[in-house]
Structure formats: structure tokens, C-alpha cells
Design a protein around this ligand. Structure first.
Ligand SMILES: [Zn+2]
Length: 238
């Protein structure tokens, strides 16, 4: 079924996803490995890193952004305007800011920043700074293959529009509950998006994140949604 080249996705635990693109470039979504208890030790370092996408400013989504951006200079960092400003103040020189609804070309990919219902404060020392709006990303490859990383979010019915406009084949959706959607909401999100495959994220990292891929499978079945759950453990690839 996959006529179009797609990335190899490696789940690094929590919301962190490494995408090895067909041309060999490495794209990292929500860089958090060093302190990430779910990330396998051997996968915390990269030989190569070409770009990063940051969905929002919380530590569990950009904890490694500054160090990685410096080590892999000039890897491009995509985030909202406020996060890019803050990263710049920490010495990151290769930010490419955008905001909700906008699209930009990165590594030949069309990157669209889309809505997420979440917060985005920047922890800086003992202060929390304004970090703009939280977001998700829709990523389209040159051949047309399209995937969606929702970041952290609750369910919202505009996901139907993402399905209609971008037609993603695959979605990375949070299912942990407490800070994001639970599996029941994620099953509805799959229906709204019309995706054929879903990779659950933001679950199991801490005991409080109680959603599981099995619960998502059950919820999809109960709602009669025909989306396949690709239940990756940290370190596994699809
Ligand atoms: Zn989070």
C-alpha cells in the first residue's frame, strides 16, 4: 500500500519521535532524552541531526533542545515565535519560527503548525515565562506521505478539518490522560482524522499517565473506528 516513501519512525519514549527520512536526514520531534526515564540509554545520542520540531515549551518536550541544537549546529529548530525567542537567548542560532496555520519547508518537508489545546509555559530557573501557544505538526513528504504529531492536547473537533485538509495516513496521539487526551478521546480523534494508523505517545512514562495502547484498541473497537494501533515500546521503530 505504501507507494510513497515514508520515514522510519523510532519511538524514544514519552512524546519524542525520531524520523529517519528517505534521503537519510534525521528529524527529531520534541527532543527530550537526557532526563526521559522511558528513553533507552543507547538512543539518547545522535550521529546526525538535521532538524527538530518542538510542539510546546514544557520540559518533557524540549528539555534537550538547546544542547542538541548547539552540538548539531546548524540543525534547524522549528517552534513557535516565543519559544524561538527564548532559545535564541540561550545561544541557539538556527531557529525557524512559525505559528498556527502556517507552513514552511524544512529538509524538503512541508511542515504545518496546527492547533493543540494545551499550555506552553517556559520553565527558566524558578520562573515560568510565556511560551506562546502549544501546537501540533502536520508533516508532508515530497512523495505525498503525510503524518500528524499532535503534541500534548485534549480532543477538539477541528481534527476533522486536519483530516479533510491534510489527509494524514498516520497520527501520533497522546493517550496518557491527566495532561492530555485519554484513549477514549484518542479513539474519537482517529475517527475525526480518518487515519489508517495511530502510534500512541505520552503514556506510561510516569505512573500517572494511565492510558495504554490496549485501551486505545478497545476504544477504537467500541466506536467502530477502523484505525490500526501501532503500539511501539520506547526504542522500537515503525
Ligand atoms: Zn507533555
Amino acid at each position: 500500500m505504501h507507494q510513497h516513501p515514508r520515514p522510519r519512525f523510532t519511538y524514544l519514549g514519552h512524546a519524542t519521535v525520531r524520523c529517519d527520512l528517505p534521503g537519510g536526514e534525521v528529524l527529531l520531534i520534541d527532543p527530550w532524552m537526557t532526563e526521559n526515564p522511558a528513553c533507552p540509554e543507547g538512543l539518547k545520542r545522535f550521529e546526525r541531526l538535521d532538524a527538530m520540531l518542538i510542539t510546546h515549551a514544557h520540559f518533557d518536550h524540549m528539555g534537550d533542545a538547546v544542547e542538541l541544537a548547539k552540538r548539531h549546529r546548524p540543525a534547524k529548530v522549528v517552534a513557535n515565535f516565543e519559544i524561538c525567542g527564548w532559545l535564541g537567548s540561550k545561544g541557539v542560532e538556527s531557529c525557524s519560527a512559525m505559528n498556527l496555520g502556517g507552513c514552511q519547508d524544512v529538509l524538503g518537508l512541508q511542515i504545518t503548525m496546527v492547533r493543540a489545546d494545551h499550555s506552553s509555559g517556559i520553565s527558566d530557573g524558578d520562573q515560568i515565562l510565556y511560551g506562546g501557544l502549544a501546537s501540533g505538526y502536520v508533516v508532508k513528504l515530497p512523495g505525498g506521505y503525510t503524518f500528524y504529531h499532535a503534541g500534548d492536547t485534549g480532543l477538539f473537533s477541528d481534527m476533522q478539518l486536519f483530516g479533510e485538509i491534510y489527509r494524514p495516513e498516520l497520527a501520533f496521539l497522546p493517550i496518557g490522560d491527566l495532561f492530555t487526551m485519554d484513549p477514549q478521546q484518542a479513539a474519537r480523534a482517529c475517527r475525526y482524522l480518518g487515519v489508517r494508523k495511530v502510534i500512541p505517545i505520552h503514556w506510561g512514562t510516569f505512573p500517572a499517565l494511565t492510558g495504554t495502547p490496549q485501551k486505545l484498541e478497545k476504544a477504537l473497537e467500541a466506536f467502530g473506528v477502523n484505525t490500526e494501533v501501532i503500539g511501539l515500546k520506547p526504542g522500537e521503530s515503525y
